[in-house]
Design a protein around this ligand. Structure first.
Ligand code: PEP
Ligand code: MN
Length: 371
């Protein structure tokens, strides 16, 4: 059971709800704070045997907005068919929810300070404050470039600050990497922020998931497992949230099967509305790792553009995309990287598709309320 409070409810009311919850056998209350645009929203979750706990007494406390019986297994990340559930979060001045699309473009793998500088400059010149940068690379072969690791973090963060980049999605493959990122940000005076990325290869690395969930400084970008069910990936997010960090973005990046050939993975963006229906997590799409090449259709658009459009028209609110100022020199995934002249075209394309989505979703919502 979840007891949701109005914004800025006095603490005494929250504590009184918790005290009442403790009077039921085998029930433990746990408090969660969700940071909205203007307000923090508090929820008290009742853990344990809540089937026989009546909802009515909880509704009478001042500030209680609603009491929701948890119907699905995704206790924390689930939407529970409750209207008015807070969704999304703010981090380092950037809002992540369903209201707008955030484009995170950048290097699959950090290589040189020049390329990082050029990348951030290109993003900033198109008004972007969000980027991707891979420092720790999980590679198929041990002989492939493994990423520059902690050594590159100080200059990556300083260059981000120089260009006004506020959030960098950065994959970690070990709990130690979260500490390295935190230390490097602290040492450089926190010129930017980091969204901790859990890659598809670690989709069920429960110890790493729990570690990402135990800290609340950084939000988490979770990439669905390439060879597990959607339900298993959503449960993995529940691991993160159950450790205390509800600020999670769920990223679709394709699933591994030869049925997706010639794309690198079978594009799974039809799952955008499914994830949005079942959970409160903002949904990201990664067209680069889904498609894996910059081949073009006869209409002149690359397959990467096409699938980006498919994800955005389905309601995705974040796009994680590989970009490189000189893809031929990239040390990882150059063949799928967007070039500097394609970036403004992608931005314009995303904006148009999003406008179409806003129009059709508004019409659909109006039709629902008219029923
Ligand atoms: C990446 O985004 O750099 C990456 C390795 O993606 P994935 O984990 O989806 O393969
Ligand atoms: Mn890659």
């Amino acid at each position: 059971m979840i007891i949701m409070f109005d914004p800025d409810t006095p603490l005494e009311s929250v504590e009184a709800v918790e005290a009442l919850a403790r009077r039921f056998d085998d029930v433990t209350p746990r408090r969660y704070e969700y940071q909205g645009t203007a307000h923090a929203i508090t929820e008290v979750h009742l853990l344990g045997s809540t089937q026989k706990v009546p909802a009515e007494p909880f509704r009478t406390f001042p500030g209680v907005r609603q009491v929701v019986r948890v119907s699905s297994r995704y206790r924390l990340v689930g939407r529970h068919d409750a209207p008015g559930m807070p969704t999304g979060f703010s981090y380092n001045g950037v809002r992540f929810d369903s209201q707008a699309v955030r484009v995170f473009a950048g290097l699959c793998a950090v290589d040189t300070p020049e390329h990082v500088d050029q990348t951030f400059a290109a993003l900033a010149s198109h008004g972007l404050e969000t980027a991707r940068m891979g420092a720790y690379k999980p590679r198929t072969s041990p002989y492939d470039f493994q990423g520059l690791g902690a050594a590159c973090l100080p200059w990556v963060f300083e260059l981000a600050g120089k260009h006004g980049i506020r959030v960098i999605a950065m994959e970690v493959t070990d709990a130690r990497h979260i500490e390295e990122i935190d230390r490097a940000l602290e040492a450089t005076g926190r010129p930017t922020g980091v969204m901790i990325q859990i890659g598809t290869r670690n989709a069920q690395n429960f110890e790493l998931l729990k570690r990402a969930g135990r800290q609340k400084t950084y939000p988490v970008l979770y990439k669905r497992g390439m060879g597990i069910t959607l339900e298993e990936s959503l449960n993995a997010c529940e691991y993160i949230a159950s450790e205390g960090n509800p600020n999670i973005v769920f990223c679709l990046r394709g699933v591994k099967t030869h049925l997706g050939d010639p794309h690198r993975n079978l594009v799974d963006f039809a799952h955008v509305p499914v994830v949005r229906r079942q959970t409160r997590m903002p949904v990201c799409i990664d067209p680069s790792h889904s498609v894996g090449s910059t081949r073009r259709a006869p209409d002149g658009l690359t397959d990467i553009f096409h699938v980006t459009g498919q994800g955005v028209i389905a309601g995705a609110s974040m796009v994680l995309i590989d970009f490189h100022p000189a893809p031929a020199t990239a040390l990882c995934d150059g063949p799928q990287a967007l070039t500097p002249d394609e970036l403004p075209r992608l931005m314009a394309y995303v904006q148009r598709v999003r406008a179409a989505y806003d129009e059709v979703s508004t019409l659909a919502a109006e039709a629902e309320t008219a029923k």
